[in-house]
Design a protein around this ligand. Structure first.
Ligand code: XLS
Ligand code: NI
Ligand code: NI
Length: 433
């Protein structure tokens, strides 16, 4: 018995259906640009928000009271896994993601953590064998326990670095064992509270060295998935080193990892960094470094990482536009790093939240595909940069300031400003969303 077993598997019923637990837009088997929506979008459920988060906030504790609480013992960890796989059945979702700590409680020492992770991932592996749901990515929670309060790989204490190395190794092994398609590192506490007690340079060097060890280990065990880092500017640390996509790309280059590590980008983190999600995605795709996405949304007024389910088609459409334009996901997918609000207590709330998120993504994705097939934005782009197709323009990039100056004088070059046509392009996008 789980809280989800009275629910049938959610099916596509189309936009005329009034059933709140049906897909109105996400038709998993529908073909768009040569692949089904299921194959394009590669949806994943986040174990932490959907099963491990108890509905607490800074002013109050658990509101959800699931029957696998308290989450401090292995018996309830197994119960939670039963519920999770029943939930995956209801959603018919192709993927899920976890942190080690979502699957089983911390044992307070590494040997205990290792053996309980082994036990629970054996169990999860058996569940996966009976289910269609696969592992999109695994990761280590190196931010909740107090041992991580001053960072993991960037901790001033080498013992914490060692504990972090052992923890990541165990989580990579577990991800590999379960056939995971990526391994993610999000550095929630890889940053600082105050520069008064922080040696920035040393911490960044340690983080670069650590990530190199992760990549070496990936090759050693023959893990074929991608290693991904997840940018976020702040929260829980006041400042996080992996601030945004551009910062991460610079970091990866500095430590020689640009061909080994890609990015897992999250909508809410983009907003916290003062960007739009499509800015982050376009920055990564421009460098061929987009790995996967954590789809959610922030409350635009609160300034926190509120991890709500997406519900804005135009925003989502532009994100998938850049993903599709770059060729779509390979190892990555759309993970709902999103949670229901703490008053949303029921099984129905949890299911409906995911159904709505999947529908919004499908709508946005189809709009993106239609825009790309129409080609209007690409045409406008090539027209805007057409001047650079001329031989003189190309030659200039290989020349120097003095010769360019001579040409400006001899040809009496006087630039004629041209419209950027922003509103016309915005109107164009609005025809599709
Ligand atoms: C937190 C992050 C986290 C990562 C995985 O803000 O989004 O959930 O995705 O550690
Ligand atoms: Ni987040
Ligand atoms: Ni995330």
């Amino acid at each position: 018995m789980t809280m989800f077993d009275s629910f049938e598997t959610v099916t596509f019923e189309g936009t005329n259906s009034e059933n709140p637990l049906a897909f109105h837009h996400y038709d998993a088997k529908k073909e768009v640009m040569g692949k089904t929506l299921e194959e394009h979008l590669r949806f994943a459920v986040a174990y932490w928000h959907t099963f491990a988060w108890e509905g607490g906030d800074p002013f109050g504790g658990s509101t959800f009271q699931r029957d696998w609480y308290p989450q401090d013992n292995m018996e309830n960890a197994y119960k939670k896994a039963d519920a999770a796989f029943d939930f995956f059945r209801v959603l018919d979702v192709p993927y899920f993601c976890w942190h080690d700590l979502d699957l089983r409680p911390d044992q307070g020492n590494f040997a205990g953590n290792l053996s309980t992770l082994d036990q629970i991932t054996d169990y999860v592996g058996e569940k996966m064998a009976q289910s269609k749901t696969k592992l999109l990515w695994g990761t280590a929670n190196m931010f909740s326990d107090r041992r991580w309060m001053s960072g993991a790989s960037t901790n001033p204490d080498p013992d914490v670095f060692a504990f972090a190395a052992a923890t990541v190794k165990s989580c990579m092994d577990a991800t590999h064992k379960l056939g995971g398609e990526n391994y993610v590192l999000w550095g929630g506490r890889e940053g600082y509270e105050t520069l008064l007690n922080t040696d920035l340079n040393q911490e960044l060097d340690h983080m670069g060295r650590f990530l190199n060890m992760v990549v070496d280990y990936k090759h050693k065990i023959g893990f074929k998935g991608a290693i991904l880092v997840e940018p976020k500017p702040q929260e829980p640390s006041k400042h996080q080193y992996d601030y945004d996509a551009a910062t991460c790309i610079g970091f990866l280059r500095k430590y020689g990892l640009e061909n080994e590590v890609k990015l897992n980008l999250e909508q809410g983190h983009a907003i916290l960094a003062g960007h739009s999600f499509e800015h982050e995605i376009a920055t990564a795709t421009a460098e061929g470094m987009l790995g996967s996405i954590d789809m959610n949304r922030n409350d635009y007024q609160s300034g926190w990482d509120t991890d709500q389910f997406p519900n804005n088609t135009p925003e989502v459409a532009l994100c998938y536009y850049h993903i599709l334009k770059s060729g779509g996901f390979t190892t990555g997918g759309t993970n709902f790093d999103a949670k229901v609000r703490r008053q949303s207590l029921t099984a129905e709330d949890l299911i409906a939240a995911h159904v709505g998120g999947m529908d919004i993504c499908a709508r946005g994705f189809e709009a993106a595909a239609a825009m790309l097939e129409d080609g209007g934005l690409e045409e406008a782009l090539s027209e805007r940069y057409a001047g650079w197709d001329t031989p003189e323009a190309k030659e200039m990039l290989g020349s120097d300031l003095a010769s360019i100056t001579a040409r400006v004088l001899s040809e009496d070059i006087r630039p004629a400003p041209r419209s950027g046509r922003q509103e016309i392009l915005e109107n164009y996008v609005n025809r599709f969303v």
